[in-house]
Write a protein that binds this ligand. Structure first.
Ligand code: MN
Length: 294
């Protein structure tokens, strides 16, 4: 059995100064299956007049996967979708060849607690037509004192509705009382666990809030001890076959793909379209650290 790799979060800034904790990608571990990005936002109570505002920005080669725990967020994209996401719901935006979107708190001065993950698209889908899906209801069940919500993929006989393209799983686990939970694992999947609230005990180690415990492959089950009030994300997947490159909001299979996407965003190319009435501020990509064509 592989020892646990403990991955510490780093702070990242979203939109107008909102800080999130980011654990993927990380030097120690770039991905868990096709999951290639993990941001944890909140829980936060915004001051009066304040909220999360992420201006228009592009994506390629990935799906953005938003899981909302508290608050309300308005998604708008360049396909013309406008969708409010509420607690217990998932937004899945398939960027494929290219899309742009904005994300804004629906109400100022409200609470927000969310996780945003990205799922890398496999080579056969990386350039697909963009799409957006909202899932208002997900499979939920109780086990050993915990409430489990299947966010994505399959777990046992259950399947989540999100349209994904790689074998993976994502589960939200919330405990209203102290609980010891046994989870069945697929030995061919690699796994990670991250407390969103509280902590968890695994193989005798205490994993803190926002610390990602990476488990690798080869386990067929897992026992977790959770205190009352703990909440965690459980992620897994078949190790991704191809290495992927990530830069800013792009996932690509070559530096040239990414440089091309960035140039097209900077030129206002129709590849990424216009979000809503086009008045949302457009995010500026940082200077690319390599030359196009690499
Ligand atoms: Mn985005």
């Amino acid at each position: 059995m592989n020892p646990i790799v403990r991955i510490q979060p780093r702070s990242a800034e979203l939109g107008e100064g909102m800080l999130v904790r980011r654990t993927l990608p990380n030097r120690q571990q770039r991905m868990i299956g096709a999951w290639c990005f993990l941001d944890h936002a909140g829980p936060v109570q915004f001051e009066p007049g304040k909220g999360m505002h992420v201006g228009a920005h592009p994506h390629i080669g990935l799906q953005t996967f938003t899981w909302l725990i508290e608050g309300e967020v308005l998604h708008r994209d360049s396909l013309g979708n406008e969708q409010v996401i509420r607690p217990g719901q998932v937004n899945l935006m398939t960027a494929g060849h290219g899309i742009a979107h904005t994300e804004d708190s629906l109400h100022a001065g409200a609470r927000l607690h969310a996780a945003q993950l990205w799922i890398a698209l496999p080579p056969a889908h990386k350039d697909c037509a963009p799409a957006f899906d909202h899932y208002a209801e997900l499979p939920q069940w109780r086990e050993d004192g915990a409430e489990l919500t299947l966010l994505a993929g399959r777990y046992g006989a259950r399947s989540a509705p999100a349209r994904i393209h790689s074998p993976l799983v994502g589960i939200d686990i919330a405990c209203d009382r102290a609980s010891v939970l046994t989870l069945a694992l697929d030995p061919g999947f690699e796994y990670g666990l991250m407390p969103l609230v509280g902590e968890l005990r695994l193989d005798g180690e205490l994993i803190a809030t926002d610390e990602l415990a990476y488990l690798g492959r080869g386990r067929s089950q897992l026992q977790l001890a959770l205190p009352a009030g703990a909440r965690l994300l459980f992620l897994g997947g078949e190790p991704f076959a191809e290495p992927v490159l990530m830069w800013w909001n792009f996932v690509g299979h070559s530096k040239a793909d990414i440089a091309q996407a960035q140039a097209e965003w900077e030129q206002g190319s129709p590849r990424f379209g216009t979000v809503g009435d086009g008045r949302a501020p457009r995010l500026v990509a940082p200077a690319i650290p390599w030359r196009a064509g690499g």
